[in-house]
Design a protein around this ligand. Sequence first.
Ligand code: SF4
Ligand code: MSK
Length: 670
Amino acid sequence: MAKKREIQEYTIDPAAQQMIIRAEELGIGTAFSRADNMAPCNIGAAGMCCKQCGMGPCRLTKNGDVGVCGATLETIQARNLTRAIAAGSAAHSDHGRDMAFILKAAANGEAEGYRIKDVAKLRMVAAYYDIKIEGRAPEEIANDLADLYIAQFGQQRGEVAPVRRAPKKRQERWKAHNVIPRGVDREVVEALHRTHIGDDQDYEHILDHAIKTGLSDGWAGSMIATDVSDIIFGTPAPVLGQANLGVLKDDMVNVVVHGHEPTLSEMIVAASQDPEIIEYAKAAGAKGIQLSGICCTANEILMRQGIPAAGNFLHQELSIMTGAVESMVVDVQCIMQALVELAKNFHTKIITTSSKVKIKGATHIEFDEHHAFSIAKQILKESIDNYKNRGKTHIPQIKEDLIPGFSHEYINYMLGGSYRASFRPLNDAIMSGRIRGVAAIVGCNNPRSKQDYLHVQVVRELLKKDVLVVQTGCGAIASAKLGLLLGEAGIDQVGPGLREVCETVGIPPVLHMGSCVDNTRILTVLTQMVEEGGLGDDIDQVPAVGLAPEWMSEKALAIATYCVASGAYVIFGGQSPISGMPDRVTDSDHVLKYISEGWEKKFGGKLEFIADPDEMIRATLEHIDKKRAALGLPEWKADRFGRSGDAQMVELEALPLDQRRAAIYGVAAD
Ligand code: SF4
Ligand code: MSK
């Protein structure tokens, strides 16, 4: 059994610490304690085990070992990694497929409660694909777009349509290496086929198909999910929100939505404002309904509606431990099976809603887009009925305000206003060195590392060095809980050049860009930066890095792969799934080298696993500076900027009046 950690080693979040202490007092297990009790298998963790067939599992622990079939460690690791990337791509893309079907149903008036909310985005997206816009009703355009998007999944030949939104040079590079996906399902199926016993056994060849599979996620499945969510629910713009367990309310019916898809949760938001439901809650003795979210379902409704986030991945159990949650309504992905057993200690109902996800012991109320609003009301009524069963509550009074809602459309708008919206100011700020570069810090929590610590440590250090940070997923919620997603965070935690930009534009130094599928917004931002000019003609030339310091899901690996394929340097923290034995040089070095140097040669991006946060930060800055130098941009200097904006005002305020006048107007003091 691994060593039990101290509370401070589990998490840096004081609200989470309170709930873990409560779990220990009550003798209830959580992911934190289960991680202590479940020592990982060294061989499996290092990617040195194959169980692809009934002759195994084969564990390759010594140099030169091969499996019963003769498979080498390189082949086994490439297969394991590719299968994980295929699973992650499948999860994101199946979400995208469901969204495309909702668009179709909404266009045909067959989806109760859904409508085309963002016609401008619909027209913009349709235009990418030469769908006729002029003189047509939104529903007609949406119908064509839905057909095109649905077809991307089952398409057998050609190229998935959204890749034409990538920079031209990038598309040429993909073509040269034959990695443009033909259809989403085709690439995922082929990944599983190639990695079956007795198929592809050239690790580089296997891993290049992983690139193709990842691209089918980033430049198709996930991109479709984001596009359609914006069209139906509105493109996010800044809104005030809150994050952490303190958003739960003692005197209200607390409904926590958890998972990834916005389809039902958006309807639950609408239903929670329905007078009939509010009356129903009041009749039950509550003041109303408090809706909050966990994981990316939280991010979806936080970005668009300002609905508070109760927390990130590791808060799912902790929120139930408050005793204040009437129901946790889950859809797909990142839902712990432990919730049902845990909830038995309290009154919380776990309600599964997806036809794809059932959990033994949970209540299943299946979502159907044709009756979504009615189903949302039914779920809320069941939650309200459960209010009377609530016992004593323990809600940590800890929460932070935040400003989420930075879609790429809004970033474009905020940089130039309605008439001259453009990425020019951002590119100029990078070119001058006010902003040193951009870091996308995304991904999960993992109970094997200290919750939120790596995210926040990396974010804070990069901000100090004038790196603009964009975030999605659970990483964004980690920063939100620490108050980094507010304009005020800029004053004392951000380097002087970046601070000037934040003050001028009026943005926080950390931009929350949405859920996990919304990492495609980052691809769009990078593409627009390239198209704006001055930062090269392809994404791999932009001084930018992607990081997932606390990753745990296969979806994170899929995201990493499509970012690498798009030209980004991606750094993952924690355990490398293909590390090999740390104390021994093994064949695994070939695989690690290939996804770094090999992929960089082909695609300009590379994937590396770096556990130490200081080293992560160093590698990020080194890469950004290398890209700046290659573009011929001035070397970043810590003190070159910072003489404008609030910093100067603060200094001036401290001066006697005559000296202040002299400093401002350049006239000698009287
Ligand atoms: Fe062993 Fe080969 Fe079967 Fe893998 S595929 S379990 S290495 S025999
Ligand atoms: S929810 S995939 S734990 S980011 Fe998207 Fe969080 Fe990772 Fe799930």
